[in-house]
Design a protein around this ligand. Sequence first.
Ligand code: HEM
Length: 445
Amino acid sequence: MRERYGPIYSSNYYIDERTYISDYDAMVEAFRDPEVFRTKGSFEAFETMFGEDNITVNDFEVHTKGRNRIMPAFAPALFPQYMGYISKRARKTWERVHERSSAGEQIKLEPVFRENYVAIVVEMTTGIDMDGENAARIRQLFQKFLVSIFSPKFGPVRNAGIKSRDTLMGIIAEVVRKNLRERRDEINKLRGYGDRIMRMGVKEVAVGNVDILLVLMAESSLSTEPGAAIDEEVVESLCYIILLLWFAGYSTSAATSTCMSFEMGLDDSIFRRLVAEQDPIVAAADGVKNVTYQQLMNEMPLLDSYILEILRARPPVGVLGRKVSKDIEMLGYYVPKDTLVFLDLVAVHLDSKLYPDPHKIVVDRFVKKEGKPKPPGILSFGAPGSPHYCIGAALAKVMMKTTMGTLLREYSYVLDKQQTKEYQSVPDISPKSGVVLESFTKRDH
Ligand code: HEM
């Protein structure tokens, strides 16, 4: 797009006229300048569906306040705790796929990833067991809720989505109340913990079995005194946050993993190189199941690079909206006040001046090596250091490395020969023909 239309262009293709930015530096500037590039008013549905105070559609104080409430739950010191939920789910996911495949069923990986990551985000944020009695209902309600976000504001689909949202909020509120009854001591132990991690760099968590909601509750003003009145406004805001995390964390990770599995299915050399990185880790670990958090973080540079490469070439959030607060000039173009600007991540990531051979998936593009020029960082999570930069970026990598790492260490698969190489970008970026498998087998260790 950039080559064809220039760094800033307008289009009225499919929807009302929008202005797009497809220049890397201009885009980073836009990400980092909330004074001019506001999120407020950029996407109506987020305000309706996640509450007016939600961080994705607010700037300045409201945004900072909201973000500061959430950030402690995303401190890396807590990741080993969350990993318990993530690795257990990833193992179950692949065991089930193997069982189904062994029973003669043809496997499609896209729905597998969707199920996996819905379960991960729900379990990790609330502790709700996604094999338990409420699981099917939660999946169904969540699906209705998601579809409605991208549907017209005043239609039956949106109304059904709002109903589903309210039911989901009721389910989450029940967990809050249960935690207040049954996990009072854990919440008390976690109180002030955010401050300790963020300001003093505390690296370990003494409490076991922590989920994100528990940390958010400890950070909130909810009283844990037995019999104390429950502040329903605080409960409601916690429910909105949890729903936002489900939404933000699930489809992005599922789309990225789908594309990863597709590309490594098409190109066996990618698959083999990634497996070759995992094998010594398996040999050094205490059995294939016991890969440690340290190994996950420090010993998988190729898998790290591959995730970034897929996020570059197939960004799950392809464009991001901002609203311009005053008349500006950018790269010689006049952009009037109130213009809705789309930051075109897809175009930037395919700029051949930044990423040579941009349409090719280069598995080690982001592996650091002395003497090798470093490509510019990708913008799939936003621009590092900018106000709205993805809160879950680091955790998303843990989720994807665990899910994909478990697959690489323990299983092998072959894509169905009928597969086409084409992609579609709606509703999420994904291979047009799905990721259909011819076989899915267990590896010998
Ligand atoms: C591959 C995975 C992911 C991708 C590509 C991704 C991408 C993004 C992008 C592009 C933004 C907007 C940045 C901006 O407007 O400047 C964002 C924001 C956000 N993400 Fe992610 N995300 C991912 C996973 C997650 C996960 C796992 C979570 C949490 C469980 C999460 C939580 C959030 C939240 C809460 C925000 C709003 C931040 C704010 O407005 O201040 N994301 N993400």
